[in-house]
Ligand binder design. Structure first.
Ligand code: ARG
Length: 286
């Protein structure tokens, strides 16, 4: 990536990069205003200060890794919205449909109009959740095969799952998130394009595990250890045969190699301090 790729001058008004048909597209937001200004999840309660220069370098490395596999679109960062960098939450995308997030915490609600505007300007059909129903975008709703696995309770309201189903026509499997550290479903579950399914069984209750086991064949399930889950192993980006996640999860890497995947591990330590990692920093929009 050239230096200008993440500078403001590279961001056009709607953030659209001309891309050839069929190229996967990922939305990211540069970490210009990334900070720890409040604590809305347990990871943010740590006292280690943020190294902002390191965060920028880590983000640039992720940007480059994703650029090898997909076109990267950029939404303009906004001062005072430190978590806008986690574009996975901006919306849930299904074809041209975008269901915009409505955050549980007021701290993040300023992101909503900015993202709605971006998706409108980029040609998506935008749906806003009703005011009393919280929904945190692709952070809490993931498509696997012909169905959606959606998390609820910690952030997203289960009532939004009806909306997900109405907009997409897909069945939604609602999974309660029981561990405060795994407050979005994308930090404990990751569907892969070929039907494989990475997850942390400990993040779900017995019934949730039953739902997963009843839907995903055993040979497709890759359960990660609690230690690797705590390193955000499940917060992975999958594009084709490439899987990108935070550094350090070697057992998961091995399991993926055995199944014919290529793995890229990237140190994302500064974003972990905010409770996010590779997948949280990206949103597949095409
Ligand atoms: N600090 C952010 C929050 O608590 C992190 C969001 C992580 N995003 C995700 N898709 N899991 O909301």
């Amino acid at each position: 990536m050239t230096k200008s790729a993440t500078s403001k001058s590279a961001i056009n008004p709607v953030g659209i990069t001309p891309l050839s048909h069929g190229t996967p597209k990922i939305l990211m937001c540069p970490p210009d205003y990334f900070a720890l200004e409040y604590a809305i999840n347990p990871w943010m309660e740590n006292t280690a200060p943020l190294d902002r220069d390191l965060a920028r370098r880590q983000w640039d490395t992720l940007y480059q890794a994703i650029s090898q596999e997909a076109g990267v679109l950029v939404i303009e960062p906004v001062e005072g919205l430190p978590d806008l960098v986690f574009t996975a939450n901006a919306a849930f995308i299904y074809g041209q449909e975008a269901i915009i997030a409505h955050y549980k915490h007021p701290e993040r609600r300023g992101e909503e109009p900015h993202c709605a505007q971006w998706f409108k300007a980029s040609g998506f059909n935008v749906t806003l959740p009703p005011n009393d129903i919280f929904f945190e975008g692709a952070g809490d709703a993931l498509i696997w095969q012909d169905r959606i696995f959606a998390g609820y309770k910690t952030r997203t309201d289960i009532r939004s799952h009806t909306l997900l189903s109405e907009v997409t026509g897909l069945p939604v499997l609602s999974l309660e998130l029981i561990n405060p550290n795994f407050y979005h479903i994308d930090v404990c579950l990751c569907p892969l394009e070929d039907g494989h399914f990475i997850y942390s069984p400990e993040a779900f209750n017995e019934y949730g595990n039953l739902v997963i086991e009843a839907n995903v064949p055993e040979r497709k399930r890759i359960a990660v250890s609690p230690e690797e889950a705590a390193q955000f192993a499940c917060n992975a980006i999958n594009i084709g045969r490439r899987v990108i996640f935070n550094q350090g999860s070697n057992r998961l890497s091995e399991a993926l190699f055995e199944r014919g995947f290529n793995v890229t591990q990237i140190d994302l330590s500064e974003f972990l301090k905010s409770g996010g990692s590779a997948k949280c920093l990206s949103l597949r929009v095409a």
